[in-house]
Each structure stands twice: as structure tokens, then as C-alpha cells.
Design a protein around this ligand. Structure first.
Ligand code: ADP
Ligand code: MG
Length: 365
């Protein structure tokens, strides 16, 4: 039995308990808000701005190829180890970089919105664009593979010009970065293509940042150090032409295949991370011999085939026809598009559609 006084005591302690719970809720709410606003506030522009990075660490990170907050956000703890950073500190740095550029767990509807940030770049041919679902996508890698002379480098040249077009003309209002491993990049071709599109060739050439890679290591080094150049120049297209030539000539024999594959994988992962961080289109070329279909799925085929199985990307097989400038492009693999084939042509003007008239004439391809 309770007395009235007991009852009032119990009531009192209940209400103070309530009060405490309410106070606690208020406290946690304000703490969460504080953390949230601080996280939102944390926008770091330079490496040195990130908590825990002094000038010496920043220098070491730059030597490892991390020049921007964006590239750190995409790094792994393991990759920062050579800078003499502990695992715990590396994780803190990466997380700060991620929160700064807004990468975290997201809901699928937000992922859907992110996909809407994917931009498209025209190839110059409506047919080829159509095959690719409206042009080359940003944030993924598109691989053009085919025989010598099939037109892989010509496509790359055309993309360097097109990327500078405004979006209403199928461009991305951006610059291009061209890593050339076979010394086949020609400004003369760029000038021809730019003139055809009524663009000022001088300006167009200035917006193509070019580097010749002399070895596979040099090629990897160039890409690993490209983030700053990409950011400063608003690069929206990164080209590696050819992705595989150096690797193929340097890593000879079956016993070297595993290490070759490992290096190419690393290289491709760097490329995809740059494409994602800067919402850029990434293009690689890969020379193969006739009938590459025979080698599909054979990752260790010495003449190419599947170079990188894991990296999500679009693969286009380009081949010549008996009809001079006309080429056939086949979409072989895409994360979401059906396979298909289209024709286009390579002329002095660049990559163009084949007219109905020419189609009839070449129908016996
Ligand atoms: P790869 O696939 O080996 O990179 P390329 O992209 O270099 O091949 O394609 C070379 C082909 O592009 C040439 O054989 C020719 O058919 C075409 N081509 C190159 N320059 C011109 C041009 N100025 N006018 C017309 N066609 C050209
Ligand atoms: Mg080429």
C-alpha cells in the first residue's frame, strides 16, 4: 500500500525521469546537429587543409600521386602507407576527404540522382552515339579495341575536339588529357576536325594536354600524377592510347602475364577513380589481331581479349570494311546496354555518319 506522500514522491521521480530523458534527447539532438553542420561545413580545398596533414605529409602524399582532396577521397588506407602514415591516421584523412567532397553511404534514390550527373560526350556520329546509349558516359571507362588502322586513334582525336563543344552540341565544355604511348597523336588532325566544326583550331589545340609515355611505368606514373592537371584545366576527357602497347611489349611470356595483368588492373582502377572524382569520360584503346572473338573471356590471351574483367566498362570493337572509310563498331559489353552494331566513317573531317546513299552502296559489306 502506498500513502499519498509516497504516491506523490513516485510521481515526482517519474516526472524528473521524464525531464531527464527529454533533456538527454535535446542534448543528443543538438550534438547531432552540431556534428552534422560541422561535417557539412568541412570543405577542404587543399591537402594541407585536411586535419592531420602538415606540409611534410602533404609533400609525401603528392610524391605518391595524391595532389587533390578528390583523389584522397578515392584512396585506400594501404595506398597511403608509403607516406609513413599510420592506418588510423590514413583512415581519418580519407574520411575527412570523403566528407569534404560528399561521399558517404547514400540511399538508392540518391544513387539514382548521382547517375543523373552522368554526362555524355558525342563521338561525332549519331549512329555510334546511339549504339552507346547517347554518347560516351562520364564516370566509366570506354574501351575501343580493334586491329591496327581500324580507327581507334582517330576516334580519340575526334573526342578531344568534341569534349570542348558546349553541351547543346554534344560536348562537355571541358579540356582533354591525352596519354599517347605510340606517338600517333597529330595536331594536324585536330586542326582539320576543329575547322570542320567551325571551331578555332588554335584554342582547341591549347585545350588538349598531351603527354607521351615512354614505358609502361612512365604511363602509370603519368596517370598517377594527373589529378592536379585534371582539376586545374577542367579536364573532362582522359585518353590512354594505347592502354596495352607498352605492357604487351615489356611483359613477354606466360610467366609475366600475372604481373602484367596486375599492373593493368591497377592502372585501370586509377583511371576509373579519376573519371568518378572529376565526372570525366575515360577512354582507352587496345590493339588486337583479327578475330578477337576467339579469345573472349580469355584473360591471359597474349594478344589481348579481355584486359580487365572487373572494372565496369563499355567495350567497343571497331573493324574495317572493304568500303574504304566505312567502319563497323560493335558494342560488345556494357553494364546496361544491349549488344549491337552500327557503321560510321572516317574522313578528313573526322568521325561522321554514313549517308543513306553510301549505305546502299556498301550494303554487301
Ligand atoms: P588505329 O586503330 O590503329 O589507332 P587509326 O585511328 O590511326 O588506327 O586509323 C588510321 C586510319 O584512319 C587510316 O588508315 C585512314 O583510314 C583513316 N585516316 C586517318 N587520317 C585520315 C585523314 N586525314 N583523312 C581520312 N582518313 C584518315
Ligand atoms: Mg592507334
Amino acid at each position: 500500500m502506498f500513502t499519498l506522500t509516497d504516491l506523490s514522491k513516485i510521481k515526482h521521480s517519474f516526472s524528473s525521469l521524464h525531464l531527464n530523458i527529454a533533456k538527454n534527447i535535446c542534448f543528443w539532438k543538438s550534438m547531432t546537429e552540431k556534428i552534422e553542420t560541422e561535417t557539412k561545413k568541412a570543405r577542404y580545398e587543399y591537402l594541407e587543409d585536411l586535419p592531420g596533414i602538415g606540409p611534410a605529409t602533404a609533400q609525401k602524399l603528392k610524391e605518391l600521386g595524391f595532389h587533390t582532396v578528390e583523389s584522397l577521397a578515392m584512396a585506400t588506407v594501404h595506398e597511403l602507407e608509403p607516406a609513413g602514415i599510420s592506418e588510423k591516421k590514413a583512415l581519418a584523412i580519407i574520411n575527412a576527404a570523403r566528407s569534404s567532397i560528399g561521399i558517404a553511404f547514400i540511399r538508392a534514390d540518391e544513387l539514382h540522382k548521382m547517375r543523373q550527373n552522368v554526362l555524355r560526350l558525342t563521338t561525332g556520329s549519331k549512329a555510334l552515339d546511339g549504339l552507346l546509349g547517347g554518347g560516351l558516359e562520364t564516370q566509366t571507362i570506354t574501351e575501343f579495341y580493334g586491329e591496327y588502322g581500324s580507327g581507334k586513334s582517330q576516334i580519340c582525336h575526334q573526342l578531344c575536339v568534341n569534349v570542348q563543344l558546349p553541351p547543346e552540341r554534344g560536348g562537355l565544355n571541358g579540356a582533354a588529357l591525352y596519354i599517347d604511348t605510340e606517338n600517333t597523336f597529330r595536331t594536324e588532325r585536330i586542326v582539320q576536325m576543329a575547322k570542320h566544326l567551325n571551331l578555332d583550331p588554335e584554342k582547341i589545340v591549347k585545350n588538349i594536354i598531351y603527354a607521351e609515355a615512354y614505358t609502361s611505368d612512365h604511363q602509370m606514373f603519368l596517370l598517377e600524377n594527373a589529378d592536379e592537371v585534371i582539376k586545374e584545366n577542367n579536364v573532362k576527357l582522359i585518353i590512354i592510347d594505347s592502354l596495352t602497347a607498352h605492357f604487351r611489349s615489356e611483359y613477354i611470356g606466360r610467366e609475366m602475364l600475372a604481373s602484367r595483368q596486375q599492373k593493368i588492373n591497377k592502372h585501370m582502377h586509377k583511371l576509373i577513380r579519376l573519371a568518378r572524382a572529376f565526372n570525366a569520360v575515360a577512354v582507352v584503346t587496345n590493339q588486337v589481331m583479327a578475330k578477337p572473338d576467339m579469345f573472349f573471356g580469355d584473360a591471359i590471351s597474349p594478344i589481348g581479349g579481355h584486359i580487365v574483367g572487373h572494372t565496369s566498362h563499355t567495350r567497343v570493337y571497331v573493324r574495317k570494311t572493304a568500303h574504304g572509310p566505312i567502319r563497323i563498331a560493335r558494342l560488345v559489353s556494357s553494364p546496361y546496354l544491349p549488344e549491337g552494331e552500327e557503321i560510321f566513317k572516317i574522313t578528313e573531317n573526322g568521325i561522321e555518319d554514313v549517308s543513306e546513299d553510301e549505305k546502299t552502296k556498301s550494303s554487301g559489306r
